[in-house]
Design a protein around this ligand. Structure first.
Ligand code: ZN
Length: 290
């Protein structure tokens, strides 16, 4: 959807001058686009930090009232990068989301826990707290780690071809790191979603309350931008406080503490996999997860 790369601080160049995240402004709306379409926008750390810089840029810019998070190409995002040539899980980055030390050079659970506290749970929580409305604009695949990106946005507008799944139980892992499942789809369906790993289409996601609206694929950008523009007419502080109000109540209902407790189970699963099979992902690959 975004044709031009606006090279600014916050864009991280993956290869050949091709930023992994694009940033543009359309009036009061900042559009941040995941830009690895050749890998269905699989999220590596370079993309995570570029995304963080883009969110910070939009948060700091007084001209930006609303932020849209998009994915270039046919799919919003296929999840965390577990197998592209740009996989960079063993590289160091300037950590931003918390005070955990660098995972590089550490062993076992210490390395995994430090890394995932930073790039997964920490980043998603930080983005959820961004004091401006955020809208995920989702087409095609929104799988596993991609759910975290959509769920930490305030609103989700889905194209009619969008589908959602968290198949990581196949890895023996009880859901992705940002464990919002019982909140975004209800506890009953969260169990089915996890137990089966099945895809949920946009219509079902709407019934479940996981998305705000479903629109024809051809109208996705127009409809999302129109919604963003309407929201942008509200006063900035009012929007920030309304967002905080809902987030605070979600937290009182247990979102944050639930996530913290489940993060421990998530890492128990990684550690079990590593202990019995030598691979924290339980021997699963991009191919076997399809
Ligand atoms: Zn993990």
């Amino acid at each position: 959807m975004t044709s031009e790369a606006d090279s600014q601080p916050g864009d991280v160049t993956a290869a050949a001058g091709n930023p992994v995240v694009l940033y543009r402004e359309d009036g009061p709306v900042a559009v941040i686009t995941l830009n690895r379409p050749e890998y269905r926008n699989a999220q590596n750390s370079a993309m995570t930090y570029a995304l963080d810089a883009a969110f910070y840029r939009a948060a700091a810019d007084d001209d930006v009232k609303v932020i849209v998070l998009a994915g270039a190409g046919r799919h919003f995002c296929a999840g965390h990068d577990i197998g592209t040539p740009g996989r960079d899980a063993h590289e160091s980055f300037d950590r931003q989301a918390g005070l955990w030390w660098d995972h590089v050079g550490k062993q076992g659970a210490e390395s995994r826990y430090a890394r995932e506290s930073e790039v997964y749970l920490g980043m998603c929580r930080r983005w959820r707290e961004l004091p401006k409305p955020t809208i995920a604009m989702v087409q095609g695949a929104c799988i596993a780690g991609a759910l975290m990106l959509a769920w930490c946005c305030d609103l989700v507008v889905a194209a009619d071809d969008a589908f959602f799944a968290d198949p990581v139980v196949k890895m023996g892992i009880p859901g992705v790191e940002y464990f919002a499942h019982p909140f975004v789809m209800g506890p009953r369906f969260a169990k089915e979603f996890l137990f089966t790993g099945d895809r949920v289409d946009a219509g079902r996601a709407l019934q479940l309350g996981m998305v705000n609206r479903v629109v024809p694929r051809a109208d996705l950008e127009t409809e999302t931008m129109a919604l963003a523009a309407r929201i942008a007419e509200m006063p900035r502080l009012g929007l920030a406080l309304a967002k905080k109000a809902v987030n605070q109540v979600e937290d009182i209902m247990g979102l944050q503490t639930g996530m913290d407790s489940v993060f421990g189970l998530h890492h128990l699963a990684h550690a079990h996999n590593a202990e019995v099979g030598g691979d924290p992902l339980g021997g699963q690959t991009v191919r076997s997860m399809k």
